[in-house]
Design a protein around this ligand. Sequence first.
Ligand code: ZZB
Length: 258
Amino acid sequence: QEYTGVKMEVVEWSKPAKEILGDKLNGKRVFLVAATLRPETMYGQTNCFVGPALKYGFFAVNDTDVYICTYRAARNMAFQGISTPRGEVNQIAEVEGSKLVGTKIQAPFAIHSEVYVLPMDNVLATKGTGVVTSVPSDSPDDFATLTDLKKKPEFYGIDPSWATIDPVPVLSTPTYGDMTAPALVKQFKIQSQKDIKQLAEAKEIAYKEGFYNGTMLVGEFKGESVQDAKPKVRDAMIAAGLAFAYAEPEGMIISRSA
Ligand code: ZZB
């Protein structure tokens, strides 16, 4: 599975992360790294998700940069030569996802250029980097989770101001218009992020609709088909130093149609 690793630079730490980290990072640039299959939707990021109970490592990937992701992902990156020296994992700190919540980060290519890290129950430790960039216009999981957070901020332990950004139209499909995920969440009567079965079905449809029938509404490739724009957005992000190719080894892939 070929993902795009999206680098989201930390702008301001959450209080708990700041306390834990102290001066461990001395002047390094730190990025949360999200694995996405949909680089063309990055214009519509409204936040980023971590699993509150998952462990995240801080990995020095070279002399200047630190990536935050699961250990498993850091190991894959080391073997893919994304970090140097090749094959070596250099972990400098570890925190629980819940402590990263409330951290402000840069969202590459997004219309809202700075967004917050928020909690999502369904983040899998076994897929991607364990960091998920959230695009509620086109990802049913993201829309359902963001809606949960907006409804019950105290329950999820977040400041309501971290979840105020609404879905941003990114692409349009003939059947669902410019808000594919909200339309599917409604159609499947999805109540929350706990409706895992319906969410999996909605995701499959959102992927297919977007890919085969979608037209870009924003960005450099506005007016082009999603199929054409997808690799172009990815290449532009990589050229800008904001992303990299990240592959998930065979055999570790979790089936998409559960
Ligand atoms: C942004 C995005 C925008 C995504 C969208 C999807 C969609 P899949 O299809 O099951 O392989 N993701 C990545 N890592 C994880 C994880 N560890 N746990 C849970 N979700 C994860 O999943 C790939 C997609 O699932 C990735 O692409 C990421 O969200 C999320 F408009 O990135 B995506 C219809 C989907 N739309």
